[in-house]
Design a protein around this ligand. Structure first.
Ligand SMILES: CC(C)(COP(=O)(O)OP(=O)(O)OC[C@H]1O[C@@H](n2cnc3c(N)ncnc32)[C@H](O)[C@@H]1OP(=O)(O)O)[C@@H](O)C(=O)NCCC(=O)NCCS
Length: 428
C-alpha cells in the first residue's frame, strides 16, 4: 500500500503518495506505469511490460499525485508521477559521489500547468537534501523545463554517422582483439566493463540493471518486446581482459545501416577496435551512434576523416547541485587557484558566496562560505554546467550567465578547466 505524504509543495487539492516498489506487481504500481506511459505517449502497458516494470523500478522512490476522490476521468491512475533513486556520478579523479537520479516525470494533460511538476520536483529535491545528497541529476525530454529548478546541462550526447564502405581504414591497428558473443550471454562482462568505464570517466552516471536487459536484447521499453536483432561483440586488451562491449542492430534484413545501441569502451584503443570491427561488417555501409566519446580519436585515425560526420550534440544529463561546499569538495581539480563565487539559487537553498581554494592540482578544494562580495556571480544551474567541465567559463560569460570582470572570469575558467573531457553513456 502507498503512504500518503505531507507535501507543502503540492497545490491544493492534490495528494502525494509514495508507492511501494519492492519488485512485486501491485494494482497501484501498474497504475503508475500506465500513467508514465500516458505521459510519454507510449503504448498502454501489457502484462509483459508490467512484469518488467515492477522488477526494474524496485527500490526506487515512486511519487504519485492523485486527485481527490471520486476521480471520474481515469479512476486509480495518478495524475502525475516522479521516480528517483540513488546512484553515483564520477566527479573526476575516480571519485564516485552519491546523487539523486530523477526520472519518469509526467503530468496528465488535463492537469498540466497547475504546479504539479514544481510540487513534485521540489519535494523530491528537498528529500534528497535532507538525506545528505550533494547533487541531483536527470535527463530531459525538452530543454526549457528544468533550468528554473536549478538544473544545468552537465553532459552532452554526441551523435555521429560513419561511412563504413570500402574506404574505411584506420591509420594504426588498435591493440587487442574483438570477438562476437551471444547478446544474452555476457551480462557479467557488460557490468564489469561499464563499472570500469564509470570509475575512469569524469561525468559518467551510474546505471540501473535494466540497462543490461536492454543491451542483451531481452527487453526494449519502446517496442515493449525483446529485440532479437541485437548482436554483440567484446574487445579484449593485449592481456586478454574485456575492456569494451558493443551492442548493435541492423533494422532491415540485408540492410545497409547499422545502429549502435550501446557501446562502452574503457580505453580509446578499445573504442577504435570496436569501430574497426563495426566498419568491417559486410553489407553495412553506414553506422549511426550516439553518446560517443566527445574526444573520440576516430576522425583523427580514419585515413579519410570525412567519413566521420558529427550529426548532433544535444544535452544528455542535467545536474542540480544541492550542497555547494560538499559538491565542490569532492570534485577532481586539475588546476590550483582561489576563486570566490556568488551563487544565485532560484529555490534559495544554495544562494550565497563561497571561497574555493585548491592548493595544488589533484588536491581537494577547501570551500568556505563567506559574506556577499563583489565577485564573479552565476546561477546554480550554471555551476552545474561547469561542474564536470562540459562548458568552459568563457562561454557562460559570453552568455551573461557568469558575470564578472575579465580577470574574475579568467580565474574561474582556469580553476574549473579539466584535463579530461567528461563522457557519460547513461540516459535514464
Ligand atoms: C513537462 C511536464 C512534466 C510539466 O508539468 P506541469 O505540471 O505542467 O508543470 P508545472 O505546472 O509545475 O510548471 C512549472 C513551471 O515549468 C514551466 N513548464 C512546464 N512545462 C514546461 C515545458 N514543457 N516547457 C517549458 N516550460 C515548462 C511552467 O510554465 C512553470 O513555469 P513557472 O513556474 O516559472 O511559471 C508535463 O508537461 C508533462 O508531463 N509532459 C510530458 C512528459 C514529459 O515530457 N516529462 C518530462 C520528462 S523529463
Amino acid at each position: 500500500m502507498s503512504q500518503i505524504q505531507q507535501s507543502p509543495e503540492l497545490p491544493e487539492p492534490y495528494r502525494l503518495a509514495r508507492v511501494v516498489a519492492d519488485g512485486r506487481l501491485t494494482d497501484e504500481l501498474a497504475n503508475v506505469s500506465r500513467a508514465v506511459n500516458l505521459g510519454f505517449h507510449m503504448a498502454e502497458p501489457d502484462a509483459d511490460f508490467l512484469a518488467h516494470y515492477a522488477v526494474h523500478v524496485a527500490g526506487e522512490r515512486l511519487w504519485a499525485v492523485h486527485s481527490p476522490e471520486p476521480e471520474h476521468e481515469l479512476p486509480g491512475l495518478p495524475v502525475a508521477t516522479l521516480a528517483s533513486y540513488d546512484s553515483t556520478v564520477n566527479t573526476g579523479h575516480g571519485h564516485l559521489e552519491p546523487a539523486d537520479f530523477i526520472t519518469d516525470v509526467t503530468v496528465r494533460p488535463t492537469h498540466r500547468r497547475r504546479g504539479l511538476l514544481r510540487g513534485l520536483i521540489t519535494h523530491d529535491l528537498a528529500v534528497a537534501r535532507e538525506s545528505g545528497h550533494s547533487m541531483a541529476a536527470l535527463t530531459a525530454t525538452e530543454g526549457a523545463i528544468y533550468g528554473r529548478f536549478g538544473f544545468g546541462i552537465s553532459s552532452q550526447d554526441q551523435r555521429i554517422e560513419v561511412v563504413s564502405d570500402g574506404r574505411f581504414t584506420l591509420a594504426h591497428e588498435p591493440e587487442g582483439s574483438v570477438e562476437m558473443v551471444g547478446s544474452g550471454a555476457i551480462d557479467e562482462v557488460r557490468r564489469e566493463v561499464f563499472d570500469a568505464f564509470h570509475r575512469s570517466h569524469r561525468g559518467s552516471h551510474g546505471r540501473l540493471d535494466w540497462w543490461v536487459e536492454f543491451a542483451a536484447g531481452r527487453w526494449n521499453y519502446e517496442s515493449q518486446k525483446p529485440n532479437r536483432r541485437l548482436r554483440s561483440a567484446i574487445h579484449r586488451d593485449a592481456a586478454g581482459r574485456p575492456d569494451g562491449v558493443v551492442s548493435y542492430e541492423v533494422a532491415e534484413s540485408f540492410g545497409s545501416t547499422l545502429t549502435v545501441r550501446d557501446m562502452e569502451a574503457v580505453t580509446t584503443e578499445a573504442e577504435l577496435a570496436l569501430w574497426e570491427f563495426l566498419a568491417s561488417i559486410d553489407l553495412v555501409t553506414r553506422i549511426k551512434a550516439s553518446k560517443v566519446n566527445p574526444s573520440t580519436p576516430l576522425p583523427w585515425t580514419v585515413r579519410d576523416p570525412r567519413l566521420v560526420k558529427f550529426t548532433g550534440n544535444a544535452d544528455l544529463t542535467w545536474l542540480r547541485i544541492l550542497d555547494v561546499p560538499k559538491a565542490l569538495s569532492v570534485r577532481g581539480w586539475d588546476s590550483a587557484g582561489s576563486v570566490t563565487l556568488r551563487v544565485i539559487d532560484p529555490l534559495g537553498w544554495c544562494s550565497g558566496s563561497y571561497r574555493i581554494d585548491v592548493s595544488e592540482p589533484g588536491a581537494p578544494a577547501e570551500v568556505t562560505r563567506v559574506g556577499d562580495q563583489d565577485v564573479a556571480t552565476l546561477d546554480i544551474s550554471s555551476l552545474g554546467s561547469l561542474y564536470f567541465g562540459t562548458v568552459r567559463a568563457e562561454a557562460l560569460a559570453g552568455a551573461r550567465r557568469l558575470r564578472g570582470t575579465p580577470d574574475q572570469v579568467r580565474d574561474v575558467a582556469r580553476l574549473f578547466a579539466t584535463d579530461d573531457t567528461p563522457h557519460n553513456l547513461t540516459e535514464f
